[in-house]
Structure formats: structure tokens, C-alpha cells
Design a protein around this ligand. Structure first.
Ligand SMILES: [Zn+2]
Length: 309
């Protein structure tokens, strides 16, 4: 029995994430490791593909920098799936090999690598980007630095960058005082101005995703609606996710959430897209919550890949 690759007791920097994705790929040759874009600082943004089936689904995590705990959830999921595949066993009650042949799970464990590294104090204090981030943070003294940082390294909130009522998001956030680069809530000077958000957008356009999971922290809540869109099967599957995880399925029609990746996906494709807010407390959630978060979410990650009956 080989030792596990993925650690669940420490935060994952970009470098660790990349290294362990490479290790996973080396040990499990049936995985495909790819890169769908680059960050502002030039880090290649990785994704892992599990499976070669028709049902393509996309899971993304850590679009918000201080929500890095979900990166580890995805890393651990990849490894657990691979172990089940090798041993030809079930994972959360489903045959790993059947999922592999029916589905293609695209997993982007860290879509905002510069931001995560900033929060984890893993960017050289001498670098231009660090100095610039400090200058941005100083304008928002009420937001802790770097632990309150959600944006990319330019101070743009990547989840307010998508062409789904972006103007509306801009209006709301400007009224709240986020009119320029900030640790969170700045929508940018236009939609898709940041390489990380543009890369996510292109990634979806180039494929045919049946379903999207976007992982955030915190609140133990799952969102499935966007405005008046009600994609076929989305509510029912959301109810299943809630049951599996013990999280609450939010049923209100959001009136003040626009320009997010999931918003754009649902509005563009009218297919199921979910925001999962894992864990409870103040971001960044402590690593001590990892085991519980993973236990609660493993079923969602498996179930979302399975074709509806
Ligand atoms: Zn978030």
C-alpha cells in the first residue's frame, strides 16, 4: 500500500498544488493534467480531467483567494477517486470505473493562484505584485490583510467579472464603495479584463459542460437558482446534494448577485450550476475543518458526475 500523496493538514500553495497534481498524474496514468490559462503573475492554471465519457462536468475552487480550503477538498477527491478506480470499487456508492467511462470530470482546484499565494504569505515581499497588493489593502483598513483578500493579485474580484448583468454588479459594488482595485468586491474596469476570469470563460466555451460546481466558503449552503432560470433537473439534483451533505438548499431568487461565473454559466446554457459554500465560520476557514468539509462534500462531487436517471 503506497502512502497517500495528498496532505490534508496544511494549506496548499500554488507550488504544492502543481507538484501534487503532477505526482497524481505520475501515479495514476489514466488521469489527464492540463492547463487552461495563466494568472497575472504567469502561473499556469491547472485542471485535472478524470474520465473519458460523454457527460462533461466542471468543478472549480478557490476563485476567492481566502477560500483555499476547497482546493484541498478537490485534491483529496482526485486521489480518492483514483484509488477507487484502481481497486475497482465504489466511491460514495457509485462504481468509479463506470463514472470514468460515462463521464469526464474537469477539476480546477485553484483558479486564483496568485490570490491564494498572497493569502498564504507565499509571495515575495520584494515583488512588485506584493507591494501593489499592500498599497491596495491600505485603502481598505477594515479588511484584514492578507487574510481578508478574495480578489486576484490586481485587486479584482474574479467572481464579479462575467458578462451576466455585469453592469448591475458594477452599480451595486460601486455604491458599496468598491470603485477601484480592492481586496474584494471590485468588479474590474470591464467584464473579463483579468486573465484568470477570461480563462475560465474560454474553458467553458471550448467544451460542453452539462453541469457546473463552483466551490466557495462558507455557510453550509447550496445555491442553484439564478434570476428566473430554472434549468431542467437543477432543483431536484440540488435537493439531493442538500440531503447528501446536510447543507441547506437556498431557494430564494437572488436579487443582488450578478456577474459570477455560475451566473454566467446558467444564463448562457440554462444548465444546472451550483455554488457550494462549504464549512462554517470566518474565512479563511481553519484547516481543522477539513475532515468535516470533505465528509460532507464527497457525495456531491461524486453525484454531480453521474448521469441523471
Ligand atoms: Zn467565495
Amino acid at each position: 500500500m503506497e502512502e497517500n500523496i495528498i496532505r490534508t493538514d496544511i494549506p496548499y500553495t500554488y507550488q504544492m498544488t502543481l507538484q501534487d497534481l503532477i505526482h497524481l498524474r505520475q501515479r495514476y496514468s489514466f488521469l489527464s493534467l492540463g492547463f487552461y490559462g495563466q494568472s497575472v503573475m504567469g502561473k499556469k492554471i491547472p485542471y485535472m480531467r478524470i474520465g473519458n465519457g460523454q457527460r462533461q462536468v466542471f468543478y472549480s475552487a478557490s476563485i476567492h483567494a481566502n477560500e483555499w480550503i476547497n482546493t484541498i477538498v478537490f485534491m483529496k477527491f482526485i486521489e480518492d477517486f483514483c484509488i477507487a478506480y484502481e481497486e475497482n470499487t465504489d466511491i460514495f456508492g457509485y462504481s468509479a470505473r463506470k463514472i470514468y467511462s460515462d463521464s469526464s470530470i474537469f477539476i480546477a482546484p485553484m483558479v486564483n493562484p496568485d490570490g491564494v499565494d498572497l493569502v498564504l504569505n507565499n509571495i515575495s515581499h520584494d515583488s512588485f505584485y506584493y507591494t501593489n497588493a499592500v498599497a491596495i489593502a491600505e485603502k481598505y483598513p477594515n479588511i484584514l490583510f492578507p487574510s481578508g483578500w478574495k480578489a486576484n493579485i490586481n485587486g479584482v474580484d474574479l467572481n464579479l467579472q462575467f458578462p451576466a448583468n455585469w453592469e448591475e454588479a458594477r452599480k451595486i459594488k460601486f455604491e458599496q464603495g468598491f470603485t477601484g482595485p480592492a481586496p474584494r468586491d471590485f468588479v474590474g474596469y470591464g467584464p473579463l479584463t483579468e486573465p484568470e476570469s477570461l480563462a475560465l470563460y474560454d474553458f467553458a466555451l471550448e467544451r460542453n459542460f452539462r453541469l457546473l460546481l463552483t466551490y466557495h466558503t462558507q455557510g453550509k449552503i447550496i445555491f442553484w437558482r439564478y434570476l428566473n432560470y430554472e434549468p431542467v433537473g437543477a432543483e431536484k439534483l440540488g435537493e439531493e446534494f442538500a440531503k447528501i451533505s446536510g447543507y441547506t438548499l437556498d431557494d430564494t431568487v437572488e436579487t443582488n448577485s450578478f456577474a459570477g461565473y455560475r451566473d454566467w454559466f446558467v444564463a448562457t446554457y440554462n444548465r444546472p450550476g451550483y455554488t457550494v459554500e462549504t464549512g462554517e465560520g470566518e474565512n479563511p476557514l481553519p484547516i481543522t475543518q477539513f475532515d468535516e468539509i470533505y465528509r460532507d462534500n464527497l457525495g456531491i462531487l461524486v453525484r454531480a458526475a453521474v448521469e441523471e436517471e
